[in-house]
Design a protein around this ligand. Sequence first.
Ligand SMILES: Nc1nc2c([nH]c(=O)n2[C@@H]2O[C@H](COP(=O)(O)OP(=O)(O)OP(=O)(O)O)[C@@H](O)[C@H]2O)c(=O)[nH]1
Ligand SMILES: [Mg+2]
Length: 143
Amino acid sequence: MSLSTPPTAADPRRVHVAAGVILREQRVLIARRHAHAHQGGLWEFPGGKLEPGESVISALKRELQEEIGIDIEDAEPLLQIAHDYPDKQVLLDFWTVSAFSGEPQSKEGQALEWCELEDLREREFPEANVPVVDRLLELFEIL
Ligand SMILES: Nc1nc2c([nH]c(=O)n2[C@@H]2O[C@H](COP(=O)(O)OP(=O)(O)OP(=O)(O)O)[C@@H](O)[C@H]2O)c(=O)[nH]1
Ligand SMILES: [Mg+2]
């Protein structure tokens, strides 16, 4: 019998998070997590925790307005990842944001970068993000 149980998406202790993969030409918008935050100093896709009773898309819209000041006009699910950090279990819902209004700006003092897809591997992301970065590069046929 294995000592640890594999991650399951349904575990109610998981923190459910919505994050946006915002694409423009061959670039993706990434933000740097504050040094003191969970997984601090690493790059992320903007987003945050769902409030009780909130849908993923509503949370995504709210978080992207709060963090970078844009309004989502079109988005579709890209990948869901359940990941266990030593100190936290998360369920990350990554959505591709294909249309939005407003110009992304740092509303919480975080660094923002329109990163060329081919440079994405050089940025350090939290461990849970590895499959989403892989998927994105696969979709754009970047090896
Ligand atoms: N937004 C975002 N969170 C991520 C990513 N990858 C990843 O592991 N996480 C984790 O998911 C959780 C998301 O929390 P958050 O800090 O963005 O939540 P939030 O915006 O609601 O912030 P708050 O806690 O200050 O209200 C964190 O534990 C973070 O480490 C990612 O790409 N984007
Ligand atoms: Mg956040």
